[in-house]
Design a protein around this ligand. Structure first.
Ligand code: SME
Length: 334
Protein backbone atom coordinates (compact mmCIF):
# COMPACT_ATOMS: atom_id res chain seq x y z
CA UNK A 1 0.00 0.00 0.00
CA UNK A 2 1.37 3.39 -0.94
CA UNK A 3 2.16 6.04 1.63
CA UNK A 4 0.41 9.37 1.93
CA UNK A 5 3.35 11.08 0.21
CA UNK A 6 3.29 8.61 -2.68
CA UNK A 7 -0.45 9.12 -3.11
CA UNK A 8 0.00 12.87 -3.18
CA UNK A 9 2.85 12.62 -5.69
CA UNK A 10 0.75 10.59 -8.09
CA UNK A 11 -2.18 12.90 -7.62
CA UNK A 12 -0.04 15.98 -8.26
CA UNK A 13 1.12 14.48 -11.56
CA UNK A 14 -2.49 13.98 -12.60
CA UNK A 15 -3.50 17.50 -11.60
CA UNK A 16 -0.51 18.88 -13.52
CA UNK A 17 -1.85 17.13 -16.62
CA UNK A 18 -5.33 18.60 -16.16
CA UNK A 19 -3.82 22.03 -15.58
CA UNK A 20 -1.32 21.94 -18.45
CA UNK A 21 -3.79 23.43 -20.89
CA UNK A 22 -6.71 24.51 -18.77
CA UNK A 23 -9.85 25.23 -20.72
CA UNK A 24 -12.19 25.84 -17.86
CA UNK A 25 -11.63 26.55 -14.20
CA UNK A 26 -14.71 24.72 -12.91
CA UNK A 27 -13.63 21.54 -14.73
CA UNK A 28 -10.15 21.78 -13.27
CA UNK A 29 -11.33 22.45 -9.72
CA UNK A 30 -13.96 19.70 -9.96
CA UNK A 31 -11.49 17.07 -11.09
CA UNK A 32 -9.02 18.16 -8.42
CA UNK A 33 -11.68 17.87 -5.71
CA UNK A 34 -12.74 14.45 -7.03
CA UNK A 35 -9.16 13.13 -7.15
CA UNK A 36 -8.36 14.28 -3.62
CA UNK A 37 -11.66 13.13 -2.19
CA UNK A 38 -11.60 9.64 -3.61
CA UNK A 39 -7.88 9.02 -3.19
CA UNK A 40 -8.02 9.70 0.54
CA UNK A 41 -11.68 9.06 1.38
CA UNK A 42 -12.17 12.48 2.95
CA UNK A 43 -15.55 13.59 4.33
CA UNK A 44 -15.77 16.81 2.30
CA UNK A 45 -13.40 18.26 -0.30
CA UNK A 46 -14.02 21.43 -2.20
CA UNK A 47 -13.41 25.05 -3.01
CA UNK A 48 -14.78 28.37 -1.91
CA UNK A 49 -14.23 31.29 -4.30
CA UNK A 50 -13.59 34.86 -3.20
CA UNK A 51 -16.44 37.19 -4.23
CA UNK A 52 -16.27 40.68 -2.75
CA UNK A 53 -15.95 40.38 1.01
CA UNK A 54 -17.07 36.78 1.36
CA UNK A 55 -16.33 33.28 0.17
CA UNK A 56 -18.93 31.57 -2.00
CA UNK A 57 -19.26 27.81 -2.22
CA UNK A 58 -17.83 26.48 -5.46
CA UNK A 59 -17.32 22.97 -6.76
CA UNK A 60 -16.98 20.13 -4.21
CA UNK A 61 -17.37 16.46 -3.34
CA UNK A 62 -19.34 15.47 -0.26
CA UNK A 63 -22.52 16.49 1.52
CA UNK A 64 -24.34 19.81 1.11
CA UNK A 65 -22.33 22.69 2.56
CA UNK A 66 -22.83 26.28 3.65
CA UNK A 67 -22.77 28.73 0.76
CA UNK A 68 -21.39 32.01 2.16
CA UNK A 69 -18.48 32.53 4.53
CA UNK A 70 -17.58 36.11 5.54
CA UNK A 71 -13.98 37.34 5.52
CA UNK A 72 -12.24 36.28 8.74
CA UNK A 73 -14.99 33.84 9.79
CA UNK A 74 -14.62 30.10 10.28
CA UNK A 75 -11.53 28.19 9.27
CA UNK A 76 -11.94 29.21 5.63
CA UNK A 77 -12.36 32.90 6.36
CA UNK A 78 -9.39 32.77 8.76
CA UNK A 79 -7.11 31.18 6.15
CA UNK A 80 -8.19 33.93 3.74
CA UNK A 81 -7.67 36.73 6.26
CA UNK A 82 -4.35 35.47 7.61
CA UNK A 83 -3.15 34.42 4.13
CA UNK A 84 -1.91 31.06 5.32
CA UNK A 85 -2.91 27.42 5.46
CA UNK A 86 -4.78 26.47 8.61
CA UNK A 87 -4.62 22.91 9.99
CA UNK A 88 -7.30 22.09 12.58
CA UNK A 89 -6.79 18.75 14.37
CA UNK A 90 -10.09 19.06 16.25
CA UNK A 91 -12.76 21.41 14.89
CA UNK A 92 -14.37 21.77 18.31
CA UNK A 93 -11.19 23.44 19.54
CA UNK A 94 -11.20 26.05 16.78
CA UNK A 95 -13.00 29.20 17.91
CA UNK A 96 -15.60 30.23 15.32
CA UNK A 97 -15.44 27.00 13.33
CA UNK A 98 -18.43 26.83 10.98
CA UNK A 99 -19.99 23.39 11.19
CA UNK A 100 -21.60 22.58 7.85
CA UNK A 101 -21.87 18.99 9.06
CA UNK A 102 -21.72 17.47 12.55
CA UNK A 103 -19.66 14.58 11.10
CA UNK A 104 -16.69 16.81 10.38
CA UNK A 105 -13.98 16.37 13.05
CA UNK A 106 -10.77 17.80 11.61
CA UNK A 107 -10.05 20.16 8.76
CA UNK A 108 -7.41 21.82 6.61
CA UNK A 109 -7.83 24.98 4.56
CA UNK A 110 -5.23 26.13 2.00
CA UNK A 111 -5.50 29.53 0.29
CA UNK A 112 -5.04 29.84 -3.47
CA UNK A 113 -3.01 32.95 -4.24
CA UNK A 114 -3.22 34.94 -7.42
CA UNK A 115 0.18 34.30 -9.00
CA UNK A 116 1.79 37.57 -9.84
CA UNK A 117 5.24 36.50 -10.91
CA UNK A 118 5.96 39.69 -12.88
CA UNK A 119 5.16 42.08 -10.07
CA UNK A 120 8.01 44.03 -8.48
CA UNK A 121 8.90 42.54 -5.10
CA UNK A 122 7.42 45.35 -3.01
CA UNK A 123 3.94 44.71 -4.46
CA UNK A 124 4.13 41.04 -3.56
CA UNK A 125 3.95 41.78 0.14
CA UNK A 126 0.17 41.90 0.12
CA UNK A 127 -0.88 38.86 -1.83
CA UNK A 128 -4.39 38.39 -3.02
CA UNK A 129 -6.39 35.20 -2.73
CA UNK A 130 -8.93 34.02 -5.30
CA UNK A 131 -10.18 30.85 -3.57
CA UNK A 132 -9.53 28.43 -0.74
CA UNK A 133 -9.30 24.66 -0.83
CA UNK A 134 -11.16 23.20 2.14
CA UNK A 135 -10.96 19.56 3.23
CA UNK A 136 -12.87 17.97 6.12
CA UNK A 137 -12.32 14.58 7.68
CA UNK A 138 -14.71 12.60 9.87
CA UNK A 139 -11.70 11.56 12.01
CA UNK A 140 -9.75 13.67 14.49
CA UNK A 141 -6.21 14.81 13.61
CA UNK A 142 -6.25 13.69 9.99
CA UNK A 143 -4.08 16.48 8.59
CA UNK A 144 -0.42 17.21 9.18
CA UNK A 145 2.46 18.99 7.47
CA UNK A 146 2.64 16.32 4.75
CA UNK A 147 -0.90 17.20 3.73
CA UNK A 148 -0.27 20.92 4.03
CA UNK A 149 2.88 20.91 1.90
CA UNK A 150 1.37 18.79 -0.86
CA UNK A 151 -1.90 20.70 -0.87
CA UNK A 152 0.06 23.96 -1.12
CA UNK A 153 1.80 22.52 -4.20
CA UNK A 154 -1.60 21.67 -5.66
CA UNK A 155 -2.79 25.20 -4.83
CA UNK A 156 0.15 26.62 -6.81
CA UNK A 157 -0.67 24.48 -9.84
CA UNK A 158 -4.29 25.62 -9.74
CA UNK A 159 -3.31 29.25 -9.27
CA UNK A 160 -1.01 29.15 -12.30
CA UNK A 161 -3.89 27.75 -14.35
CA UNK A 162 -6.14 30.45 -12.92
CA UNK A 163 -3.62 33.12 -13.94
CA UNK A 164 -3.41 31.82 -17.49
CA UNK A 165 -7.22 31.72 -17.73
CA UNK A 166 -7.65 35.08 -16.03
CA UNK A 167 -5.60 37.83 -17.55
CA UNK A 168 -6.21 40.95 -15.49
CA UNK A 169 -7.35 42.75 -18.64
CA UNK A 170 -11.09 42.29 -18.72
CA UNK A 171 -14.23 43.55 -20.39
CA UNK A 172 -17.66 44.45 -19.09
CA UNK A 173 -20.57 46.29 -20.68
CA UNK A 174 -22.40 48.87 -18.60
CA UNK A 175 -25.65 50.57 -19.52
CA UNK A 176 -26.32 53.60 -17.36
CA UNK A 177 -28.63 55.88 -19.35
CA UNK A 178 -27.21 58.30 -21.93
CA UNK A 179 -23.84 56.87 -22.97
CA UNK A 180 -22.17 60.26 -23.38
CA UNK A 181 -21.94 60.79 -19.63
CA UNK A 182 -21.35 57.16 -18.72
CA UNK A 183 -18.48 56.84 -21.18
CA UNK A 184 -16.91 60.09 -20.00
CA UNK A 185 -17.18 59.20 -16.32
CA UNK A 186 -15.96 55.60 -16.68
CA UNK A 187 -13.03 56.63 -18.87
CA UNK A 188 -11.76 58.77 -15.96
CA UNK A 189 -11.48 55.85 -13.51
CA UNK A 190 -8.01 54.58 -12.65
CA UNK A 191 -7.66 51.11 -14.17
CA UNK A 192 -10.03 51.72 -17.08
CA UNK A 193 -8.05 51.20 -20.28
CA UNK A 194 -10.81 51.91 -22.74
CA UNK A 195 -14.44 53.04 -22.59
CA UNK A 196 -16.41 53.00 -25.84
CA UNK A 197 -19.98 54.09 -26.48
CA UNK A 198 -22.16 51.53 -28.20
CA UNK A 199 -25.41 49.63 -28.35
CA UNK A 200 -25.92 46.30 -26.55
CA UNK A 201 -28.30 43.38 -26.55
CA UNK A 202 -30.75 44.30 -29.27
CA UNK A 203 -32.11 42.27 -32.11
CA UNK A 204 -30.89 43.74 -35.40
CA UNK A 205 -27.44 43.86 -36.98
CA UNK A 206 -25.40 47.05 -37.20
CA UNK A 207 -27.94 49.34 -35.55
CA UNK A 208 -27.67 53.08 -36.16
CA UNK A 209 -28.38 55.74 -33.55
CA UNK A 210 -31.58 56.64 -35.39
CA UNK A 211 -32.80 53.02 -35.28
CA UNK A 212 -31.92 52.63 -31.60
CA UNK A 213 -33.66 55.96 -30.94
CA UNK A 214 -37.00 54.48 -32.09
CA UNK A 215 -36.82 52.19 -29.04
CA UNK A 216 -37.91 49.23 -31.17
CA UNK A 217 -34.57 47.45 -31.65
CA UNK A 218 -34.06 46.21 -28.09
CA UNK A 219 -30.69 47.96 -27.87
CA UNK A 220 -29.53 49.80 -24.76
CA UNK A 221 -27.02 52.63 -24.88
CA UNK A 222 -24.05 50.87 -23.33
CA UNK A 223 -20.40 51.48 -22.62
CA UNK A 224 -17.88 48.77 -23.33
CA UNK A 225 -15.31 49.03 -20.55
CA UNK A 226 -11.92 47.38 -20.85
CA UNK A 227 -10.17 47.50 -17.50
CA UNK A 228 -7.20 46.17 -15.58
CA UNK A 229 -8.73 44.15 -12.77
CA UNK A 230 -5.44 44.16 -10.86
CA UNK A 231 -5.89 47.94 -10.50
CA UNK A 232 -9.67 48.17 -10.53
CA UNK A 233 -11.45 44.98 -9.49
CA UNK A 234 -14.93 44.46 -10.95
CA UNK A 235 -16.56 45.01 -7.54
CA UNK A 236 -14.96 48.47 -7.33
CA UNK A 237 -15.77 49.33 -10.94
CA UNK A 238 -19.43 48.45 -10.30
CA UNK A 239 -19.44 50.45 -7.07
CA UNK A 240 -18.23 53.51 -9.02
CA UNK A 241 -20.75 52.87 -11.82
CA UNK A 242 -23.62 52.61 -9.34
CA UNK A 243 -22.89 56.19 -8.21
CA UNK A 244 -24.02 57.36 -11.65
CA UNK A 245 -27.41 55.65 -11.87
CA UNK A 246 -30.74 55.37 -10.13
CA UNK A 247 -30.91 51.56 -10.09
CA UNK A 248 -34.61 51.59 -9.13
CA UNK A 249 -35.68 53.62 -12.16
CA UNK A 250 -37.03 51.49 -15.00
CA UNK A 251 -36.18 52.65 -18.51
CA UNK A 252 -35.37 56.14 -17.35
CA UNK A 253 -32.26 57.96 -16.14
CA UNK A 254 -32.61 61.68 -15.43
CA UNK A 255 -34.25 63.27 -18.51
CA UNK A 256 -33.75 60.26 -20.74
CA UNK A 257 -36.72 57.95 -21.10
CA UNK A 258 -37.03 54.71 -23.09
CA UNK A 259 -35.82 51.11 -23.04
CA UNK A 260 -32.62 52.30 -24.73
CA UNK A 261 -31.83 54.13 -21.48
CA UNK A 262 -32.40 51.13 -19.24
CA UNK A 263 -29.64 50.26 -16.79
CA UNK A 264 -27.79 47.01 -17.31
CA UNK A 265 -24.68 45.00 -16.64
CA UNK A 266 -23.85 42.73 -19.55
CA UNK A 267 -21.05 40.23 -19.06
CA UNK A 268 -18.99 38.21 -21.51
CA UNK A 269 -17.48 35.96 -18.81
CA UNK A 270 -19.92 33.97 -16.63
CA UNK A 271 -17.30 34.04 -13.86
CA UNK A 272 -18.26 37.70 -13.38
CA UNK A 273 -21.79 36.79 -12.36
CA UNK A 274 -21.17 36.05 -8.64
CA UNK A 275 -19.35 39.38 -8.27
CA UNK A 276 -22.16 41.24 -10.07
CA UNK A 277 -24.83 39.58 -7.93
CA UNK A 278 -22.91 40.31 -4.77
CA UNK A 279 -22.41 43.97 -5.71
CA UNK A 280 -26.13 44.37 -6.48
CA UNK A 281 -27.09 42.71 -3.22
CA UNK A 282 -24.96 45.25 -1.35
CA UNK A 283 -26.41 48.11 -3.41
CA UNK A 284 -29.99 46.97 -2.68
CA UNK A 285 -29.41 47.73 1.02
CA UNK A 286 -29.36 51.44 0.15
CA UNK A 287 -32.81 51.44 -1.47
CA UNK A 288 -36.31 50.61 -0.32
CA UNK A 289 -37.60 50.07 -3.88
CA UNK A 290 -36.46 46.98 -5.80
CA UNK A 291 -33.49 47.30 -8.15
CA UNK A 292 -34.26 47.05 -11.87
CA UNK A 293 -30.71 46.83 -13.24
CA UNK A 294 -30.72 44.20 -15.98
CA UNK A 295 -28.05 41.52 -15.58
CA UNK A 296 -27.60 39.19 -18.54
CA UNK A 297 -24.84 37.80 -20.73
CA UNK A 298 -23.81 40.08 -23.58
CA UNK A 299 -25.61 38.91 -26.71
CA UNK A 300 -24.71 41.74 -29.12
CA UNK A 301 -22.60 44.88 -29.05
CA UNK A 302 -21.98 47.45 -31.78
CA UNK A 303 -19.89 50.57 -31.46
CA UNK A 304 -21.85 53.78 -31.72
CA UNK A 305 -21.07 56.24 -34.52
CA UNK A 306 -17.82 58.19 -34.25
CA UNK A 307 -19.54 61.44 -33.26
CA UNK A 308 -20.85 59.75 -30.09
CA UNK A 309 -17.36 58.64 -29.03
CA UNK A 310 -15.81 60.87 -26.37
CA UNK A 311 -18.73 63.23 -26.95
CA UNK A 312 -18.25 65.20 -23.75
CA UNK A 313 -14.56 65.52 -24.42
CA UNK A 314 -15.35 67.03 -27.81
CA UNK A 315 -18.26 69.09 -26.39
CA UNK A 316 -17.42 69.95 -22.77
CA UNK A 317 -20.71 71.83 -22.40
CA UNK A 318 -22.80 68.99 -23.82
CA UNK A 319 -25.66 67.32 -21.97
CA UNK A 320 -24.63 64.97 -19.17
CA UNK A 321 -26.98 63.30 -16.72
CA UNK A 322 -24.14 62.55 -14.29
CA UNK A 323 -23.63 65.27 -11.66
CA UNK A 324 -20.57 67.41 -12.39
CA UNK A 325 -19.47 67.06 -8.75
CA UNK A 326 -19.14 63.31 -9.21
CA UNK A 327 -17.10 63.72 -12.37
CA UNK A 328 -14.83 66.26 -10.67
CA UNK A 329 -14.44 63.96 -7.67
CA UNK A 330 -13.12 61.21 -9.96
CA UNK A 331 -10.88 63.65 -11.85
CA UNK A 332 -9.40 64.95 -8.60
CA UNK A 333 -8.71 61.48 -7.27
CA UNK A 334 -6.47 60.64 -10.22
N1 SME B 1 -15.79 24.39 8.37
C1 SME B 1 -15.62 25.46 7.45
C2 SME B 1 -16.88 25.73 6.68
C3 SME B 1 -16.96 25.02 5.37
S1 SME B 1 -17.32 23.38 5.52
O1 SME B 1 -16.29 22.70 6.28
C4 SME B 1 -17.55 22.66 4.06
C5 SME B 1 -15.16 26.71 8.20
O2 SME B 1 -15.18 26.77 9.43
O3 SME B 1 -14.79 27.68 7.54
Amino acid sequence: MSTKTEKYQLLIQQIRQFAAEPVDLVSLLSNTAALLHHTFGFWWTGFYRVAGDELILSTFQGPVACTNIPFGKGVCGTAWKEQRSVVVPDVEQFPGHIACSSQSRSEIVVPLFVSNTNAPTHTQEKKSIWAVLDIDSDQLGTFDDTDRLHLEQIADILSNAYASLHSPIRDIYLAGGCFWGTQHYLSLLQGVLKAEAGYANGNIENPTYEQVYTDSTGYAETVHVRYDASVLPLSKLLEMFFKTIDPTSLNRQAHDIGTRYRTGIYFSDPDDLPVIRHSLKKLANNYSDPLVVEVTPLTAFYLAEEYHQDYLHKHPDGYCHIPLDLINEVKNSR
